[in-house]
Design a protein around this ligand. Structure first.
Ligand code: AMP
Length: 496
């Protein structure tokens, strides 16, 4: 029977590779059999407290236990949302308000925070889970499952100020992972070096491809990414053979000049997704590891991580643009007025609890008016090159990527405009300097404004430069003129 639930893979791994490493990080390692047992205990605990198809919010550090908590939610017939534990509490509250979880599962150190954002939700500690599994209850939940049921909801930046919860079904993940394992030529038992936080969609490939191929997921401590030499040593020590990272992480290593020729002979697969991969970075990696397989993947959270891919098959100059290539199997891409629009089983059924936002981005395919066929408008611009490969040209709105993080400048502006004594504010992104520049009018002191922003936005969204102006430049139609603001700031040398 075809796979309808990602747990089929977990059970297969536990049965056929039970004693092989599954989830590993310094200080904690689980085999597939142990991971299944822990996930089942969590599932039994959750199923006794939450009804089917309800969200379970998870407030835990990235760890093997966190993965078991996520899979436990799935055993309970629920779906999971891992939260970035470092985001401001106000933002967590917004997310919890949209999600209305049945239960928040947290580590002890986050219990107070969880209690403050919970609303009606039960708050339980991971320590309460215990070791027991209620097989009867789990199998009852499993029987009711269909592959249209949600697996997870991941929150991304929203332009109106509130994060959007992208919901994804089992069907989409099964389809994606089956494609990925084959197209990426994953062997049995690959060793993944995991960079992506679990609240970011890139982690979906790591987790479920490792599971399906009976491989292992090695959670690389976040701090290692600040020290490229240590990071490379970690890859070597842990015999990592596969990475799927945001280009920023690969660029940091390339720029630190820690890649000597053949320095990582075990690393066979270097995959990336999430933002533009500079050919400069790619070329430094290819020089060091000429035999590795390099694949550029493209896609937003709304289409289950990846909808187009390009296996690097030729040389590129440092200044070239890398194609995003071709649609994945069972996925169709239309360029409608230059915008990349996606159609297929990978599509999210929408933003959770946000029908208006869903209706704006998931629309009827204008090329198929005869039937109901939904496409997702990515907001990305594309074109085909002479070889028929899709090229990414940028955004049609003010969404940006910084260090791999997706940021709606509109969300930053909403936070600025909500601050006390700010009359009007806006911001723009200086891609070259990788800086968000904010400008405002009003009597707010910069210090107070910064404090307000820290309480409203995750660290990676905070403006790097804040300018207080007498007035903001306007276009002929009276809108804020961000281009003119940029010119003014550059002309006056206001950006360090
Ligand atoms: P996220 O939902 O965080 O995965 O972000 C999705 C957005 O990241 C896409 O809509 C693109 O703007 C950008 N993106 C993802 N992959 C690539 C890629 N390979 N090349 C260029 N941009 C990318």
């Amino acid at each position: 029977m075809s796979t309808r639930n990602v747990l089929d893979w977990l059970e297969d791994a536990a049965e056929n590779a039970g004693s092989s490493p599954a989830f590993d990080m310094p200080g904690q390692a689980l085999t597939w059999r142990q991971a299944r047992a822990r996930a089942k205990s969590a599932g039994s605990f959750l199923a006794a407290r939450v009804s089917r198809q309800r969200p379970v919010l998870i407030l835990m550090e990235k760890s093997p236990d966190c993965l078991c908590a996520m899979l436990g939610a799935v055993y309970a017939g629920c779906f999971y949302t891992p939260l970035d534990s470092s985001m401001p509490e106000n933002r967590m509250r917004l997310i919890a308000g949209t999600l209305r979880p049945g239960l928040i599962l947290c580590e002890e150190k986050f219990a107070d925070t969880a209690g403050r954002i919970a609303g009606d939700a039960l708050v339980c500690g991971w320590e309460e889970i215990g070791d027991a599994a209620d097989e009867a209850l789990l199998s009852q939940r499993r029987k009711q499952h269909i592959d249209n049921d949600l697996l997870y909801v991941l929150f991304t930046s929203g332009s109106t100020g509130a994060p959007k919860g992208v919901s994804i079904t089992h069907r989409s993940v099964v389809d994606f992972v089956e494609w990925a394992c084959e197209a990426l030529r994953l062997p049995k038992g690959p060793r993944f070096g995991s960079q992506a936080p679990f609240y970011f969609d890139n982690s979906v490939l790591d987790i479920y491809c490792a599971m399906k191929t009976h491989g292992s997921l090695h959670l690389i401590p976040k701090g290692d990414f600040m020290f490229p030499k240590r990071l490379v040593q970690r890859l070597s020590d842990e015999k990592i053979d596969t990475v799927f990272w945001v280009p920023s992480a690969l660029t940091a290593v390339a720029r630190a000049q820690v890649l000597a020729e053949n320095c990582l002979p075990g690393l066979k697969r270097v995959f990336f997704c999430g933002e533009v991969m500079p050919c400069f970075t790619l070329n430094r990696w290819r020089e060091a590891l000429p035999d590795a397989d390099y694949v550029n993947m493209y896609g937003p959270t709304e289409i289950t991580d990846v909808c187009a891919w390009y296996r690097v098959d030729r040389a590129f100059a440092d200044t070239d643009s890398l194609p995003i290539g071709f649609p994945c199997e069972n996925t169709r891409i239309h360029l409608i007025d230059g915008e990349i629009c996606v159609c297929g089983a990978c599509l999210s059924p929408g933003y959770y609890n946000a029908p208006d936002k869903t209706a704006a981005a998931f629309v009827q395919n204008p090329l198929r008016p005869e039937i109901t066929e939904i496409i997702y408008k990515t907001g990305d611009l594309g074109e085909y090159n002479g070889r028929g490969e899709l090229m990414f040209l940028g955004r049609r709105d003010s969404q940006i990527k910084r260090s791999g993080y997706r940021i709606e400048l509109g969300e930053v502006e909403a936070a600025l405009n909500a601050a006390e004594n700010v009359a009007l504010a806006c911001c723009y992104y200086d891609a070259e300097k990788e800086k968000i520049i904010a400008a405002y009018t009003g009597s707010a002191e910069e210090k107070a404004l910064k404090k307000h922003l820290k309480a409203a936005l995750p660290k990676y969204m905070l403006p790097d430069v804040i300018l207080r102006r007498e007035a903001l430049p306007r276009t002929g139609s009276g809108k804020i003129d961000r281009k003119a603001l940029r010119q003014e700031a550059e002309h006056e040398h206001l950006i360090p």
